[in-house]
Structures are given as structure tokens and as C-alpha cells.
Design a binder for this molecule. Structure first.
Ligand SMILES: [Zn+2]
Length: 252
């Protein structure tokens, strides 16, 4: 089942099933998939397999407990590694944009946490990240993953992220990356054509490796962390990280 279908089904079930029944179904799924072959570092649980997910149906992709995907698991491992090495400070005020539920739960336990989304039903506040109402340097940490590829004026969004981040703070601003050079044609509005060109119907570009330069242009220092720097091959397989390679950390 792809991510769009999964989210649609999840949304549909959340409307028709009571919370108690949804919790019971989740607990049963976790029990049935118990095992040791796969490990999710986000919720720190082990399973015999992960769930299938993604537009192209990736096997062993989604954690049956917290719902993490490959990118969330690699990011979480990278952040813990950087924290252990003293590269980033843990704690403080964190802004989570378009919050992923698996990360929201973990960050919420350890930060003074606030989430925003264009759709106020999906976060604590409704807000457009190209026109945020926060004062300059309001947050120690910003987490804004897989958002910019949806936004036509991504430079404006990046400038806003930089503006509201404190000096000395860090940000995770992950995007899907394919190839060396960013591909964008804002005149393309047909969903099928966007999917063909940019991998998803609501994506307006495919970032290339030059994405790092865009982050630098608005003022961020960037740090590229390779998966191989973080984990041995066996652990990469156990966390099912085959489709992810690196994490970009931004600092101000
Ligand atoms: Zn998990």
C-alpha cells in the first residue's frame, strides 16, 4: 500500500472506528509482527518485519508501531549520534513543521515542543512557513522534513526557517534528492505530470545535490552525514535503511 493510500485509509478508519478499537488493532499488529529481524530506533522496538509503504510499494518500510519510514529512522540515528558527539545540543524550544507523528512523540518528550502546518488539523497551530508570525530567533531547533518540495517559493520558506532559528541552533530540513541538479518547472500544474517529473502529485520540484547550496545561500552552515558513517551494514539492514543514504544537518 502506498503512503497516500495508507494515509487515506488511516484517515477513513480514524473517522469510523472508535479510538479504543484502533488502539486494539495496533496492539494486535505489534504483537503479530513481534520478532528480532528488524529494529526501529525511533520507538526502540523489534519486529519480524516492517510494513510495506511508499508510492512504489517499498517492502519493510514502515514501522508497525510508530509508523516511522526509512528517512525517519536514519534521521533519528543521525541526531542521536550528533548529540553524543556534542555537535548538536539536545533540549530547548523546538518547532516541528508538518509534523511526522513518530518524531513528534519523541521530540515532544524531550523538547519545549510546538508544531505547525498549513492545515491546522494536522498540528498544534495553522501557519504558512513562508510567512511565519514568530519573532526572529524564536527556536533552538527546527524540524521541517519533506515540506519544501511542496512549496513554489522555497527560497522564501528557507529564509523564514533561518530567521526564526536562534544563533547556535540546528535544523533538519530534509527533502527528497535525485541527481545532481534541482529540476523545477513551476508552470507544470497537472498532477499526473508532476508525479511523472517529481515523483508525487503535489511536488513542484525534484531537488538535486545542489540543494545544499540553496541552504548555504540563505545563511545555514550545512553538515552532510553519510549512513555509512553512522551504522555498520548489518545495522543498516536491521533498520531497513536501503533507500536512504545521508542526512543534511543545518546550523546557524
Ligand atoms: Zn518504530
Amino acid at each position: 500500500m502506498n503512503e497516500v493510500a495508507f494515509d487515506s485509509l488511516k484517515g477513513f478508519l480514524s473517522k469510523i472506528l472508535p479510538q479504543s478499537l484502533r488502539t486494539a488493532i495496533k496492539k494486535a499488529r505489534i504483537f503479530l509482527l513481534r520478532g528480532s529481524h528488524f529494529y526501529c530506533p525511533v520507538c526502540e522496538r523489534s519486529f519480524c518485519k516492517f510494513l510495506e509503504s511508499g508510492v512504489n510499494s517499498r517492502r519493510n518500510s514502515r514501522c508497525p508501531c510508530c509508523g516511522s519510514l526509512e528517512r525517519h529512522r536514519l534521521l533519528w540515528v543521525a541526531l542521536r549520534y550528533l548529540q553524543d558527539k556534542g555537535v548538536i545540543k539536545w533540549g530547548g524550544r523546538l518547532l516541528h513543521i508538518a509534523p511526522e507523528s513518530c518524531l513528534a512523540e519523541r521530540f515532544g518528550q524531550e523538547y519545549d515542543y510546538l508544531s505547525i502546518d498549513l492545515d491546522g488539523k494536522k498540528a498544534m497551530m495553522a501557519m504558512d512557513i513562508t510567512t511565519m508570525t514568530f519573532k526572529d530567533e524564536s527556536f533552538d531547533v527546527i524540524v521541517c522534513n519533506h515540506v519544501l518540495e511542496h512549496i513554489p517559493d522555497d527560497e522564501k520558506a528557507m529564509k523564514e526557517l533561518y530567521r526564526v532559528l536562534k544563533h547556535g541552533g540546528w535544523a533538519s530540513i530534509q527533502v527528497p534528492i535525485k541527481g545532481k541538479v534541482t529540476q523545477e518547472d513551476l508552470s507544470v500544474t497537472d498532477p499526473k505530470e508532476r508525479r511523472r517529473l517529481y515523483g508525487q502529485e503535489d511536488h513542484v520540484r525534484y531537488y538535486g545535490l545542489d540543494y545544499v547550496n540553496q541552504l548555504k545561500d540563505v545563511g545555514f552552515d550545512t553538515l552532510l552525514i553519510q549512513k555509512s558513517d553512522l551504522l555498520e551494514i548489518d545495522d543498516q539492514a536491521r533498520m531497513s535503511l536501503s533507500v536512504e543514504n545521508e542526512v543534511i544537518l543545518c546550523r546557524k
